[in-house]
Ligand binder design. Structure first.
Ligand code: COA
Length: 264
């Protein structure tokens, strides 16, 4: 698993293919609260046909050095520094949930290497129900983590994904997830999101209970150059719950809007 040094910390990431040209189009995936590169496993394998596919592990997550952060701005600075440390010059940033907030933040920073964004299970504001935040501070946070795992998926999603997500949530630190959810809870760019000027691809599961389709519709209304897809039978983790649909819609967007295959 590759690492890159960013501000003296090791930041872990997955990349496919391992040998790539940093000036070609790079799809950089950013996971949500308590997540890691595994959240993008189906994208890392399939989307390398249209671009270099990378998935960062935020500080404190997966194999990256800790600690985690508790604000979207701080995480956004790590992601931007990561992209610059790798020397990527044509990037489509795709973020889920907390990752979508980080992606919007970077789009509002106006980085020259950012050519498009993807917002997955997203919102311009991400208020968090107090039962999650309070629950993470009680006992060892196990109840809240289990509830969060349940809310991440469509009620229609069963095995093997449901036990996998549940197991993953049990394995993460409650303090780390608390910081991530605090970052979400304080995030609010409702008044600014219309300033996003890059082409924007928005996708949401119809059954998403953490960021309902209403949030994605708001983003689509406000961001002038945006496309919205609502996917049936999927919840907050649509990239894992409906990978074939997710990948074909994203491939189509890249081919139409970024007009290039790898190297273009
Ligand atoms: N995009 C569009 N509309 C939004 C929005 C967004 N990102 N965030 C909130 N709104 C809307 C709400 O739907 C609500 O509309 P309404 O008045 O027509 O019902 C209004 O703005 C006010 O919402 P909000 O500020 O969130 O306050 P609230 O008191 O309605 O709800 C919570 C607060 C925490 C109870 C609510 O956000 C919730 O149930 N969250 C649970 C899901 C969760 O924790 N998600 C975690 C996200 S990472």
């Amino acid at each position: 698993m590759p690492f890159v040094q960013v501000r003296g910390k090791k930041i872990a990431y997955a990349v496919n293919p391992e040998a790539y040209d940093p000036s070609s189009l790079a799809l950089v995936f950013v996971h949500g609260s308590g997540g890691d590169r595994e959240d993008w496993r189906d994208q890392l394998t399939s989307l390398s046909a249209v671009a270099t596919a990378l998935a960062i592990e935020l500080p404190g997550h997966g194999k990256s050095d800790g600690p985690g952060e508790s604000s979207v701005g701080a995480y956004a600075a790590w992601v931007a520094d990561f992209i610059e440390a790798l020397g990527l010059s044509r990037v489509m940033l795709v973020g889920c949930s907390l990752g979508s907030a980080i992606t919007q933040w970077i789009a509002l920073m106006g980085k020259p290497w950012l050519k498009a964004i993807g917002l997955v299970g997203a919102g311009a504001r991400l208020r968090v129900h107090p039962s999650f935040l309070d629950g993470l501070k009680k006992d060892d946070g196990a109840g809240a983590l289990s509830l969060l795992a349940d809310f991440c998926l469509s009620p229609r999603t069963g095995a093997p994904l449901r036990p996998l997500v549940d197991q993953k949530m049990r394995a993460v630190s409650a303090d780390l997830v608390y910081g991530d959810l605090k970052a979400c809870d304080e995030f609010d760019v409702m008044e600014r999101v219309r300033e996003i000027a890059v082409p924007t691809w928005i996708i949401v599961g119809k059954d998403d209970r953490l960021t309902p389709p209403k949030y994605a519709e708001f983003l689509h209304r406000e961001i002038k150059d945006s496309a919205l897809h609502v996917v049936e039978h999927a919840g907050h983790l649509v990239s894992l719950e409906a990978p074939a649909r997710f990948n074909s819609l994203l491939t189509e967007f890249i081919q139409q809007r970024l007009q290039c295959a790898k190297g273009g």
